[in-house]
Design a protein around this ligand. Structure first.
Ligand code: ISL
Ligand code: CA
Length: 528
């Protein structure tokens, strides 16, 4: 028997945009509870919730002001307990987002740190003078605090001060937080930006276009030590798992992070298939770049967290598929890719019904702090209005955050009130209710694929063996003992041939045999 977290498919919920039970326009925990049966039917086995803790929402919950309470917008601790219980009744495990690189500036620790109240004086990183580092959302990583008359470090928004991992008291507090949630019965953590925790120096570092200073905060020795300690003192005492979100790691570093206590990591190399190194430097998407990065990680990392979408990334069908001419086909082809690679697959809410990027027309509709910051910086750099909007339209994180489209009714069935972020106007065409009813839909294809995977030892555990990486086509095998499954994916709007013949187990085009010829965006899993 493999570990359960290697065998199950994960479903990521962005609670704010999932389902609103009380009409205030904000998704909530009771909304999630109301959808558990549908998620069970889809076949997923683990639910990862983006942060639901108390937060002033500068970064939609990734700025936590109290790790021990639920944001009232989302419900109460009693609702959370009920969610964990009702999920368990259906054998669904709940995974929490653990954001411990930083807290909110409204966290009690920070408020006390500002006035040097012990033991919080050194919970954060304070300096009399800022260095030249630049942060994830652009601009300086330092903000002056009037009360303390010093600058504090924040790799993200100024509302997200970084914790000081040179202070053992910080780690002690973090361990308490983790135990609290594990004792409640959650099954693990998705660890936010986990490889930047430890800052080994505050020297300027060499000049760079993005993330100056990173040689002192990415994957530093101190971070590995922190992870080992968390594993030893907390994680190893529970039947749980961790997936680390890691920025700029190589497969070798991923291995090291896993040896230090994480069970798997989200890497980002395949997310560069449509940009140069940072997401804002746009270039045209090329399937081959995506395939190459995936194959590299498949063959080099110990165990992958496989994903094509999350709450920070544009929608995959708009980005790697064709949401205009081949919406259904390309969404299904991407599903085959996601669910047949080796590793634990992560489906992001809405991906299973082919939700697309937003159709907003101006910054007035944008809510994401990263987008507004970057847009302002681009303006200062005198980039044209047109280019700036193109950047936002293609890459804004709000693309993935528009409300879940449950039906063709008012507000896509997400809420009876005005949603916090505009619904995509294609909801009458793209929505769960219709997808559920239509046997040949994307949702039903996901359901069949997940069921197939859940019942297939070779897909869950088999080796990954690449067989063909073309410009638009990827083919590989999964092998376990003498069982062999072939997988082929065409990510182009043209007909392609590829070395694949066999009997189809699952096909995007309802095909029974593979004969080496593929239709636009055709993909299949087949027996060789
Ligand atoms: O969003 C990104 C690219 O679009 C990344 O730079 C992202 O900010 C980075 O991967 C870290 O993401 C995580 O931590 C952030 C939070 O805003 C993100 O939502 C979260 O996934 C700070 O907590
Ligand atoms: Ca609500």
């Amino acid at each position: 028997m493999e570990k359960w977290w290697k065998e199950r498919v994960v479903y990521q919920i962005y609670p704010r945009s999932f389902c609103d039970s009380n009409g205030d326009g904000i998704g909530d925990i009771r909304g999630i509870i109301s959808k558990l049966d549908i998620l069970k039917e889809l076949g997923v086995g683990i639910l990862w919730l983006s942060p639901v803790y108390r937060s002033p929402n500068r970064d939609n919950g990734y700025d936590i002001s109290d790790y021990y309470s639920i944001n009232p917008e989302f419900g109460t601790m009693a609702d959370m307990d009920e969610l964990i219980e009702k999920a368990a009744e259906r054998d669904l495990k709940i995974v929490m987002d653990l954001v411990i690189n930083h807290t909110s500036y409204q966290h009690e620790w920070f408020i006390k740190s500002r006035v040097k109240e012990e033991p919080y004086t050194d919970y954060y990183i304070w300096r009399d003078k800022p260095n030249k580092w630049t942060g994830f959302f652009g601009g300086s990583t330092w903000t002056f605090d009037e009360q303390r008359r010093q600058y504090y470090l924040h790799l993200f928004d100024e509302g997200q001060p970084d914790l000081n991992y040179n202070n053992p008291k910080v780690l002690k507090s973090v361990k308490e937080v983790m135990r609290f949630w594990l004792d409640k019965g959650v099954a693990g953590f998705r660890c936010d930006v986990i490889n930047v925790l430890y800052k080994s120096s505050l020297k300027n570092g060499r000049p760079r276009i993005a993330l100056r200073g990173r040689e002192y905060f990415i994957s530093q020795e101190g971070t590995f030590e922190v992870l080992k300690e968390l594993k030893r003192d907390v994680l190893s005492k529970y039947d749980c798992f961790t997936v680390g979100e890691t920025v700029m790691v190589s497969p070798e570093q991923a291995k090291k992070l896993c040896n230090s206590g994480l069970d798997m990591v989200f890497s980002f190399e395949h997310m560069d298939a449509d940009c140069f190194f940072i997401k804002w430097l746009l270039r045209r998407f090329k399937p081959k770049r995506l395939f190459k990065a995936l194959v590299k990680w498949q063959t080099k990392a110990p165990w992958n967290a496989v994903y094509l979408e999350n709450h920070d990334q544009p929608r995959s069908v708009s980005r790697f598929g064709d949401d205009k001419n081949f919406h259904k086909e390309s969404a299904k082809a991407l599903a085959v890719l996601l669910l047949s690679l080796k590793g634990t697959p992560y489906v992001y809410q809405g991906e299973e019904i082919g939700m697309t990027n937003f159709d907003f027309e101006s910054m007035a509709d944008i809510r994401d702090v990263e987008s507004t910051n970057v847009y302002a910086i681009a303006k200062k750099l005198h980039l044209s209005e047109r280019y700036r909007w193109r950047m936002i339209r293609l890459k804004s994180r709000d693309n993935a955050r528009t409300p879940m489209q449950w039906s063709g009714e008012t507000n896509a069935g997400f809420s009876s009130g005005e949603p916090w972020l505009k619904v995509n106007s294609n909801y009458e065409r793209v929505n769960f209710k219709d997808e559920y009813a239509e046997p040949d839909s994307i949702w039903n294809f996901y359901k069949r694929l997940i069921a197939f995977r859940n019942g297939s030892e070779v897909l869950k555990r088999g080796d990954f063996i690449p067989s063909y990486t073309g410009r638009d086509v990827l083919a590989f095998e999964r092998v376990l003992g003498d069982e062999r499954l072939g997988v082929v994916v065409n990510l182009s709007g043209g007909r392609r041939s590829a070395p694949c013949t066999g009997v189809a187990a699952l096909s995007t085009h309802g095909r029974e045999r593979l004969d080496g010829e593929l239709q636009p965006y055709e993909a299949a899993i087949f027996w060789r």
